[in-house]
Design a protein around this ligand. Structure first.
Ligand SMILES: [Mg+2]
Length: 198
């Protein structure tokens, strides 16, 4: 099997960090549970300048390396690799975050997975001239049987694979989204993902 796994808020607890960071930087008290939109600028009601500042801070190597693992992610992925499945981490982080992201994976026992940066969200504002390692054209040549993703904004990247099973990691910002088809399943945790994908 070929498996696509998103990085932020699938492998690690990114939004929980941003909730704390918004408090630190701007004195905002918006707990993780109240992050209603995937777009953090909208969730936190930030100006463009504040959003850029927050995203820059959240993408420094030191911060990227500090994110906590989402419980069960690493064990599950390693069990897939042990069974001979192919797992690719497809992140919307820019290439400038690649080294720290690679280091996080290595430090957490995921040396064997491949990592790609795909421009999923068109976030060109906070890092001017961001580059990505994976061109859309090459992404569309990849085939996946399963995808683990939390962001409704990324669902469009699955439209070309009608058989793909999309395991939507349950997060506050994807509660109200409509799933494009019946192959989408909400998963409360990695235990559920493992039950479905084996
Ligand atoms: Mg994500």
């Amino acid at each position: 099997m070929n498996i696509y796994v998103d990085f932020d808020d699938c492998l690690c607890e990114t939004a929980r960090y941003f909730s704390k960071l918004a408090d630190e930087l701007f004195g905002l008290n918006i707990p993780y549970e109240q992050i209603k939109y995937f777009n953090l600028q909208k969730s936190f009601s930030l100006t463009d300048e504040q959003y850029d500042e927050m995203m820059m801070k959240g993408h420094t190597p030191q911060v990227l390396l500090s994110y906590d693992e989402t419980p069960g992610a690493i064990e599950t992925i390693n069990s897939w690799l042990d069974k001979g499945h192919d797992v690719k981490i497809i992140t919307g982080r820019p290439f400038s975050a690649f080294d720290a992201s690679r280091q996080w994976l290595n430090q957490h026992g995921l040396e064997r997975v491949e990592l790609f940066c795909l421009n999923k969200y068109g976030r060109d504002t906070f890092l001017k001239g961001s580059t990505f390692t994976l061109e859309l054209e090459d992404y569309y040549k990849m085939h996946f049987d399963y995808a683990v993703e939390d962001s409704p904004s990324a669902f469009k990247f699955f439209n070309h694979l009608p058989e793909l099973k999309v395991l939507v990691f349950d997060r506050p910002w994807n509660q109200d989204c409509e799933f494009p088809n019946q192959n989408y399943k909400r998963c409360l945790d990695w235990k559920k993902i493992r039950e479905i994908a084996g």
